[in-house]
Design a binder for this molecule. Sequence first.
Ligand code: ATP
Ligand code: MG
Ligand code: MG
Ligand code: MG
Length: 488
Amino acid sequence: MKSHEIARRWLDFFSRKGHTVVPSASLVSNDPSLLFTVAGMVPFIPYLTARETPPYSRATSVQKCIRTADIEEVGKTARHGTFFQMAGNFSFGDYFKEDAITFAWELLTSPVEDGGYGLDPERLWVTVYEDGDERDDEARAIWRDKVGVPNERIIGTGKADNYWNTGQAGPGGPCSEIYYDRGPAYGLEGGPAVDETRYIEIWNLVFMQYQLSEVRSKTDFDVAGELPQKNIDTGLGLERLAMILQGVENMYETDQVRPVLDKAAELSGKSYTSAEDPSDPHHADDVKMRVVADHIRSALMLISDGVTPSNEGRGYVLRRLIRRAVRAMRLLGVETAVLPELLPVSRDAMKGTYPEVETDFARISRIAYAEEKAFLRTIASGTERLEVAVQESKAAGRPLSGADAFALHDTYGFPIDLTLEMAEEAGLKVDEAGFRSLMQEQRKRAQADARGKKHGHSDMSVFNELLKAGNTVFTGYDELLTESSVRG
Ligand code: ATP
Ligand code: MG
Ligand code: MG
Ligand code: MG
């Protein structure tokens, strides 16, 4: 089942259940304090917090999302994209737990010919909130008695994993997640608490049930009582379901992403092997191809939604994505401009769902290609500076200094892994520790800046999770510190 069809079925199903179909909002969230739309619920925040009266009591959407917080996972896990689509259903003071759970089960397990996704119920596991003597027994009972999930496949997990709150006094409540078992070839038996690679999270149901009077941390808060108006917020990863329904190994091999991966393989003359294990000799190259496929699509969708490259905020995220894709292609051995080859392939894979990427392609491609050209110039000029530093260091019989590596990074935008690689080719080590401590200092300055900027955005602290995701940009001036990231 193609991604577009998965989305269509979702909207049809919830529309039959009385939900108003709401088109995806822009990736650039209309909340000025959020960098991007990071979840399906973002456009509905005013309704979920009862600040505004919704024009409908049930809504459904397939929302474009960007999560920069997941950038380091891309290509390494099977399931994290910087861009993805979150399918959701929402109740604003209308139905609650029982309907949310039974809708989800019905849609996932109904036969394909009846409009469902036809998943094998035996492969589904669920979690419910259970933390000490606080337990969402209601949710467990619905899963077990109404739906018929065997008790052993209902896993209790605590506040850290399975409780939603806003980071301050306000609505909060338990979650319940649905996982799909990919089978013994993918890892250890025993459910999602044991192995999140074999058991892959596909859907998160949030039950906004309580009024929290004080929130000291995500896991430490006081419940004042039940909310007068209880809400449902759910999110299913479209690409994760696509990977299951299409029988592929990861989300980068699904129909809207794979063509770019194949093009990257073709351009580099490498074969893609779906390697998942880091000890597999193909793994490093396969990760790079998956990164390229992911980042090219994210860049396409971001520019389509009006973002342009710059040195801060949203534009910086876009710049970083383009640079990482270009860099990955260079490491795969392609040194010429790659975006003119890759971007049209991504456009063609996405235009079925998002026709604007085709109608607006002249503008989108102009911006993307110019950014790549500028980066290639950066690499060219940084290379000269690097060569001088290499000669000097060699003459002095010492490694390339942290200060040199930092200057290359800071002044020329020259990524550290490129410095490491090129220094190594010249038979020279790099004082990486020195480089990282200089980066750390710069990051601290950036964080202090970001904190300074936050006042006046008091609304933002309401959504701690969202803030966390968006905030990475301010600490993210560590261009391409991938494997050996100082963030560990
Ligand atoms: P995970 O634990 O796998 O990182 P999550 O708990 O962070 O996922 P949620 O915030 O619950 O994810 O988002 C709801 C759903 O959106 C998830 O169940 C998943 O299917 C999907 N999703 C979340 N992050 C991503 C991502 N980076 N790429 C693709 N799909 C995602
Ligand atoms: Mg996550
Ligand atoms: Mg999770
Ligand atoms: Mg989740």
